[in-house]
Write a protein that binds this ligand. Sequence first.
Ligand SMILES: NC(=[NH2+])NCCC[C@H](N)C(=O)O
Length: 373
Amino acid sequence: MKQNPPANSYDEWSRLREVVVGRADHYTEHHTDSSWMLFYFENVAPVLGDTAAERDLLSIPAQLVDELNEDIAGLVDTLTGCGVTVLRPAAPGKDVDIRSPYWDARATPPLNVRDQSIVLGKTIVETAPHIRARLFENDLLKPIFYRYYEQGGNWLSMPRPALAAGSLDDAYFRRRGVDVSTATSAETAQPIDGLGLEMVFDGAQCIRLGRDVLVNVANTNHDLALRWLRDNFPQLCFHRLDAMADNHIDSIIVPLRPGLMMLRSPQYLPYLPQALRSWDVIYPPPMSGPEPDYGDFGFVIPTASRYIDINVLSIDETTVVVNSHYPELIRVLEQRGFTVAPVRHRHRRLFGGGFHCFTLDTVRDGGCEDYLT
Ligand SMILES: NC(=[NH2+])NCCC[C@H](N)C(=O)O
C-alpha cells in the first residue's frame, strides 16, 4: 500500500507532489464588516466609496460561483494529470453564521487556502486571520492536517486573535495618508478591555525560498507574527519586507526557480533582500484582453487587482500552471523555456485569488537549502 508522505514544503518551485485545492461551495456572499473592509481596502475602496458602511452581506451572483467551481475543477484535473495528489477541504455548509463573544460573521468558504496556513518544511502553521469571517475556515482542512500529523509532521498555530474592536492596525494606510474611516467607522464588534493590537497575519504574506522566507510586514499586527515565526523556527531565516504591500505578496513576487523570479514591477526591487535583487526577473507583460464585463450582474466588486494573474502555481522548475486568459504571460514563459499548463480562471478578481492563492502545497521535493548565497 502506498504510504502517505509527511508534509514537506520549503519553497515555491520544486517538484510538487501533494497540494490542497480550495473549494468555493456556496460562496455567494462577502460579509463586508470592518475587518473585511480594512483587509481589502485598496481593492474595494475605489468601488464602494462611502456606501461601504451600509452594506453588510454583499451578494455574489450564483452563476459566477458556478463558473468559478467549473474553473477550479479544471485546475484539479490539470494538477492530477501532472501526477500531483490533490486533496480537498471538507465541504462548507450554506449560509453558515459564526459568532464569538465580540462579533458575528457569515463564514467564508475555504477557497483561498494559501491564506490561513503556511507549510514551513515539515510543519503546518495555522496563521492568525485578519478577517472575522475566516476565523474557522481552517476547520475544514483539519482532516488533512491530521493526516499529515499522523505521518509524523508537526502542526503549530499562531495565537488565535479575538479580532475584537481595536485589534487591527491601520498603520499601513496612515503611513500613506489614506483615510480608512469608511472601513473603521463601520465597526460593530465589541472591544476587550486592555487588549490592544493583536498578532494578526496571513500565510500569503510569506514567500518561501528554502532556508529563507520573505515576510511582508506592514503594521504592528504583522510585526508580532514575524517575532512568533522567528521564535518558533530558529532554523529558518525570515527577511522582513517593510510594507511592500497591505498584506499578501503573491501577486507581486513569484519565484519560479533558484535565480529567477517574476516581479510585478521594478518598483518592488528595493523591498527585497540584497541577495535576491541579483536574480533574473520576468516582468509581467501587459494584458491585451478586455476586463471581464460584469454589467449584466449588477453590483460586483473586485477583491484582487489586475495583477492577480501573475499568481501562478509551479509544478516544478520548468512547469507552471497559468491562467489561460493571460496568453501574453504564457508566451513570455514559453519563450523562457517553461512548459505552461493553461487553466481557465474567469473570475479571479472577484474571489481574491489566483492559482497560488487557491492552493496549499503540502509536499514538494525541495529541502531547507540556501538559495541566496
Ligand atoms: N493569497 C492571496 N489571496 N493572494 C491574493 C493577493 C491579491 C492582491 N492583494 C491583489 O490585489 O493583487
